[in-house]
Write a protein that binds this ligand. Structure first.
Ligand code: PLP
Length: 493
């Protein structure tokens, strides 16, 4: 029997949801010719239903967001920007992109928005190069009394190009919680500019604005970059802007992780980057709960150069994803989403407090956002890798993360990053955070590193746990999962 027929059999007429029928029909359609792909999609739903997702960068988007991406919009080329395209027949894409832009402008109270980047990494590239082109290339062209880069001689262009790649960027180090795209050695961001990093304070683990000011004065970067992937405190963007201004730097903020907290009005005033930063980048799929994608928000000054993200960085935009972005931004501009965003932070606080009460060492001794960073080396004498796989066997999906001065290196790590956006979407509240904290502490406290056959040394990858302790904890998480079914309208059995 097809998924759709099964759905009709198991539901009454008035209860049927078109989003569920559309999803199930799409699986049936794929299954006819590509059964293995259909099976993998359904299996992903089963897996996600069987594990509590504590990955700080993931969420559960609405079925409307997902369905907007599964259609013929994917076929259309629309290089350029709204009403200014290099292809014919872009009227509908114009409408869609315009709606996404208008919704995002309203949501973030922004001067200008560019919704074409395919991901957070792309959005950062668009922002970096927009700053370089606006601040360096275009000024040099003006000095030469020419109009565009196409008017330059080879020698003139080469001089400007080397000026651009010798500019400095100052971002938070990977070890302190910054992102790979913020100047990490193995990422292009450290190859196209001279990359410098700032760290959190070595004692508190919190960013010290005095230390940052001193570092900015020493480096004098073109770009001061704020934003993080593994840091559990708010950032004060009024202070960041003062620091940037004091050294003549552009303030760029990558709010990929906390965009949903800005949209949901949890981060307001000095904690909202949009009024202070020259350029803000984000992903749309983390706390913001939209489709996988990126976006750039900028002040009027950068509008012209940012809109030319194609050809600067990108090729054709993805109209199907822009349609889903428009829907997600509309969803986020509601009271419900604001309550959701507040609950994300309440849940993170409750989880952090429960863990700390049990003696677990958290970086910065708590959280002000959706992220909790556990030091599992100090707390349990385990590596992040061991803790990650033990927790997964208890149906908790987390990711290991390096922490400042990590003695276990970037592969094994000493940290575990926990996040509450996805479990809050599922409807879990503070009381349930205590159950999760109980399970985490109980599992990790009772684990022992496996002893390697070869050299009898303790393994850094594997750890063992008593079968009864494992079962007992699995049952506690299964109980939570049974009360919060993911996408309950999707009947697949
Ligand atoms: C702060 C930050 N910026 C950028 C990115 C990159 O986003 P994407 O994976 O969509 O390229 C991430 C992803 O984890 C991130 O945390």
């Amino acid at each position: 029997m097809s998924f759709l027929e099964n759905y009709f059999k198991k539901t009454k007429e008035g209860d049927r949801k078109s989003r569920a029928m559309a999803f199930l029909a799409s699986i049936d359609a794929i299954k006819e010719k590509y059964p293995q792909i259909a099976k993998d999609i359904v299996q992903e739903l089963i897996d996600q239903r069987s594990n509590l997702k504590l990955i700080a960068s993931e969420n559960y988007s609405s079925l409307e967001v997902q369905l907007a991406m599964g259609n013929l919009l994917t076929d259309k080329y629309s290089e350029g920007y709204v009403y200014h395209r290099f292809y014919a027949g872009c009227d509908n894409v114009d409408n869609i992109e315009e709606q996404a832009i208008e919704q995002a402008k309203k949501l973030f109270n922004a001067d200008h928005v560019y919704v074409q980047p395919h991901s957070g990494a792309d959005a950062n590239l668009v922002a970096f190069w927009s700053i370089l082109v606006h601040k360096i290339q275009n000024r040099e062209i003006e000095k030469l009394n020419k109009k565009t880069a196409l008017d330059l001689t080879e020698a003139e262009y080469e001089k400007i190009r080397s000026l651009m790649v010798n500019q400095k960027i100052l971002g938070m180090s990977l070890n302190s919680g910054g992102h790979l795209t913020h100047g990490f050695r193995l990422n292009v961001s450290s190859k196209m500019m001279k990359a410098y990093t700032y760290d959190v304070n070595s004692k508190t683990g919190v960013l010290d604005y005095g230390e940052l000011q001193a570092k900015a004065k020493e480096v004098k970067p073109l770009i001061l970059l704020a934003g993080y992937s593994a840091y559990s405190r708010k950032l004060n963007f009024a202070k960041m802007k003062e620091i940037a201004d004091s050294v003549g730097a552009v303030l760029m903020v990558d709010m990929a992780h906390f965009a949903g907290l800005v949209a949901g009005k949890v981060f307001q005033g000095e904690y909202d980057p949009v009024p202070f930063a020259d350029i803000v980048t984000t992903t749309t799929h983390k706390t913001l709960r939209g489709p996988r994608g990126g976006m750039v928000i900028c002040k009027e000054e950068y509008k012209e150069v940012v809109d030319k993200g194609c050809p600067l960085i990108l090729g054709g935009p993805m109209p199907h994803v822009m349609a889903a972005k428009a829907i997600a931004f509309k969803e986020a501009n509601t009271r419900d989403f604001q309550s959701y965003a507040q609950q994300i932070v309440k849940n993170a606080k409750a989880l952090a407090e429960s863990l700390m009460k049990k003696g677990v060492k958290l970086l910065t001794d708590g959280t002000e956002n959706h992220i909790i960073m556990m030091d599992v080396a100090k707390s349990f004498n385990l590596t992040g890798r061991q803790a990650e796989s033990l927790l997964r066997s208890t149906h908790l999906t987390v990711n290991r993360n390096s922490i400042p001065n990590d003695t276990n290196g970037a592969w094994y790590t000493s940290g575990i990053r926990l996040g509450t956006p996805a479990i809050t979407s599922l409807g879990l509240k503070e009381a349930e955070m205590e159950v999760i904290a109980d399970v985490i502490e109980n599992v990790l406290k009772n684990a022992n590193p496996e002893i390697k056959e070869k050299n009898k040394e303790p393994s850094k990858a594997k750890a063992t746990l008593d079968e009864n302790i494992l079962k007992n904890n699995q049952n506690k998480i299964k109980d939570l999962l049974s009360k919060h079914l993911l996408y309950p309208e999707l009947i697949i059995d």
